[in-house]
Design a protein around this ligand. Sequence first.
Ligand SMILES: *Cc1c(COP(=O)(O)O)cnc(C)c1O
Length: 353
Amino acid sequence: MTECIETGWISSEGPFINRFENEFAVKVGRKYAIAVANGSLALDAAMMALDLEPGSEVIMPSFTIISCAAAIVRAGCVPVVVDADPLTWNMDANQIESRITPRTKAIMVVHIYGLPCDMDAVMAIAHKHGLRVIEDAAEAHGQVCAGQACGSFGDLSIFSFYPNKHVTTGEGGMILTDSVVLADKCRGLRNLCFMPERRFVHEALGWNMRMTNMQAALGVAQLERLDEFVQRKRNMGRLYTELLADVPGIQLPLAATGYAQNIYWVYGMVLDESLNFDAKEAMRRLSEAGVGTRPFFWPMHEQPVLRRMGWFAQTHCPVAERIARRGFYIPSGLALKEEQIRTVAKVVREVIR
Ligand SMILES: *Cc1c(COP(=O)(O)O)cnc(C)c1O
């Protein structure tokens, strides 16, 4: 970052952009990487690059961040949601096929909280029905699914570099693809669709989604430490599980599935229905005891803004609805010390009891 300032290369024109893109592409085993200003815009660009016919349906999890639905809607498409698996909290791949109609054109898959979605199942369905796939790996830096890097599945993948992600650039995002056509489209969309032949003449409307050289410099340094960060998050997750495993009435994150080991992007928990208080109350009590928490995602089919657009009136996703109300996550930032983890676990134990 000092180098950026001393050389004067502070904008998106500087050399760290290419370096960060190339190193990130190598890390996840993709041909092309396009650095952008944040992960939400990466989703917007990915959806726009697919150029789906207006009104096309895109299947996505209900239990995720609004950025996923927003990108689908802004691209003129219709979000169709699938409920979460009660154990992994990921989109339940077994329910995808029942949502496919003749208008379905793509699946947007999201790895939730550090445990990947079952990509073998998702990719098989996509191939069978000729659907495009966008992979949101914003919570899965350094994660692998059945031996293959998260961020390498489907037509386009995206990452976020927000400070709570495993690699951060303050704000930032990345789009990855193996298609030169999609990569070129994303680069155009990132930079106002300027045309190389005649600047200030435009065939399409883009955005300014550019990342700065200073952010990319930070990204390059962060990427060097990704494996270490993931190892530390795994250790934190394991320690929490060890300390909380015998607390009755709470469901903890799965340590592993048949295809992946959890990297615990966040350490979530879901209160059993047998407890007579919900996540909001548990979070209030934890806050009183000095422990910060965050609520789980709120389901897309319960979002007022999407309901007002006329969608989801008949949609029910009982798992997403339950975990949204009974789930929250506890501190797991990389700055946390073992002693603090032990204190948090002790407070959680007392509050739940
Ligand atoms: C963080 C996140 C995003 C959005 O990234 P920003 O950089 O914050 O815009 C998108 N999808 C998922 C699953 C995320 O966790």
